[in-house]
Design a binder for this molecule. Structure first.
Ligand SMILES: Nc1ncnc2c1ncn2[C@@H]1O[C@H](COP(=O)(O)OP(=O)(O)O)[C@@H](O)[C@H]1O
Ligand SMILES: [Mg+2]
Length: 479
């Protein structure tokens, strides 16, 4: 039924407000009715008590009936009241009414005992109704005891038509319902405004997310409030930012990959072409074929790295956590790089805090990390340079530090080195292996282990990479 949030909000709020107003109106009306009847009754009681001394004087012959009625008239100027005075047995011996005929019909009537007995006991009674059918329209009746020489000798009853009270009440009711009506009207305006404010960003987000689905990430939601909807809009925009960035990254990644693949391929094709059409002389063929081979090997390595990266990023492969000695792993990695280390005549200094450094991690992936960092430390080292490797433990972590005294990284590039395809000096590293993917793979692997990696580098002085791993106890022999 309520297909749009806006209408649903409007209708719900409005119903709630309406119910509240109606209940409030009813409560107020009842309150005012009770209040008015009460006031009226109090007034009648006061009037009844005020009449008592005159009736007393009249009963003692100090006042004529004419004079008494005059008093009644002055007192009753506004109240339009019928007055009965009954004796102790319930006979009405004195009646007063605005109209004379009415007055006479009450005299000598006898009240039933239950009608006056309470008053004779000294109580004041109040009731509404037709007083045993004696009045044709409902009246408000009060009864006060009649005291003559301080003794109760009868009762004074005062009846005032309810109709008069009702007309005052109707005025009050009218005001109450007008107020309710106006507040309902005002709240509709306010509701419209709030509902719009709540639903508008949602409608907008809905629209924009549809555009996202079509690959268009440039629109943003206007943030209008600071509440949850506003926060949602802020987060939505943040999401759009990162989606846009991701899309941008994807595009540049594809462009980069194509470029990185194309340039070695182009040179391979050029060399082979040269060999085939004899532009390359016979005695140089071997040389160019070897260059082609090494280019092809680099291509193959690049593809391996790309596959690694996408595997890690997609989170397809969970970590195969085992306990192993990272010192041993470092030793083996160093041996595998021995040739290159010797070529550059690099002095290797290994400084293990302990003979073993047991950690719990994915052994193959950590191998990849160490090899990548070693590769960089050798590649970006000087001839006759230095390579320092340290491992130590602190609390529940093991730390591995791979440091070189090589070229270092410029300050402004440090934040970027983890990005894919980022190389500080392309021309410099092009001669070597690698296409700027090594460190992004390293970072991803360490992140997957929920560990940290830090870099410390000074241009011209060298670089140190330190990463942490989860420390482990030495495994049992039979495992
Ligand atoms: N030990 C290091 N010394 C100096 N520069 C480094 C070192 N390690 C990494 N870098 C810089 O960070 C960049 C990114 O490293 P990496 O992702 O391994 O790419 P690659 O090794 O293919 O150049 C490198 O191009 C290099 O400029
Ligand atoms: Mg590298």
């Amino acid at each position: 039924m309520f297909r749009s949030l806006f209408i649903r909000l409007m209708v719900t709020y409005f119903i709630i407000i309406l119910i509240t107003l109606v209940i409030l109106g009813l409560l107020l009306s009842t309150f005012f009715m009770d209040y008015t009847f009460n006031m009226k009754a109090q007034e009648l009681i006061r009037e009844g008590k005020a009449l008592n001394p005159y009736i007393e004087m009249y009963s003692m012959g100090m006042l004529t009936q004419e004079m008494l009625y005059n008093y009644f008239t002055t007192i009753d100027r506004f109240l339009n009241t019928t007055v009965w005075v009954s004796d102790g047995l319930g006979y009405i011996w004195l009646a007063y009414s605005a109209s004379r005929e009415d007055q006479e019909k009450w005299e000598e009537q006898k009240l039933t005992e239950e009608e006056f007995i309470q008053v004779l006991k000294g109580n004041i009674i109040t009731k509404t109704g037709q007083f045993g059918g004696r009045f044709s329209t409902p009246v408000l009746t009060v009864g006060v005891p009649l005291r003559i020489r301080n003794r109760i000798r009868g009762a004074i009853f005062l009846h005032s038509p309810v109709q008069g009270i009702k007309s005052t009440l109707n005025d009050i009711y009218k005001n109450i319902w007008w107020a309710a009506f106006i507040s309902a009207g005002l709240s509709v305006l306010f509701l419209y405004w709030t509902s719009r404010r709540i639903s508008k960003p949602l409608i907008q987000m809905n629209e924009i997310s549809r555009e996202f689905a079509q690959g268009n990430f440039n629109r943003r939601v206007k943030v209008m409030t600071k509440d949850e909807t506003g926060q949602l809009a802020v987060n939505f925009n943040a999401m759009a930012d990162s989606l846009e960035k991701l899309e941008e990254m994807r595009r540049s990644f594809v462009a980069n990959v194509s470029h990185e693949l194309r340039s070695p391929l182009t040179s391979i094709m050029g060399y082979i072409q040269g060999v085939l059409d004899n532009t390359i002389k016979a005695d140089e063929r071997d040389k160019y074929l070897r260059i082609s081979l090494s280019e092809a090997q680099r291509l193959s390595k690049l593809i391996d790295e790309l596959l690694d990266l996408s595997q890690i990023e997609s989170g397809q492969f969970s970590l195969n956590m085992v306990v192993f000695d990272v010192n041993e792993q470092i030793r083996r990695s160093l041996i595998s790089q021995e040739e290159r280390i010797n070529q550059k005549n690099i002095d290797v200094e290994v400084n293990f805090e302990d003979e073993y450094c047991w950690v719990e991690a994915d052994m193959d992936r950590i191998q990849q990390v160490i090899l990548n960092l070693l590769d960089n430390a050798i590649k970006y080292n000087r001839e006759n340079g230095k390579l320092i490797i340290k491992t130590w433990k602190h609390r529940d972590k093991a730390y591995i530090k791979i440091q070189d005294k090589g070229v270092g990284i410029p300050k402004e590039d440090i934040v970027h080195i983890w990005e894919r395809f980022y190389q500080v000096d392309k021309s410099r590293s092009n001669k070597n292996t690698g296409r700027g993917l090594g460190l992004s793979i390293v970072k991803k692997i360490i992140e997957q282990h929920e560990q940290n990696i830090w870099v410390n580098s000074r241009l011209g002085e060298g670089t140190a990479f330190i990463f942490s791993l989860k420390s482990a106890k030495k495994p049992e022999k039979n495992r």
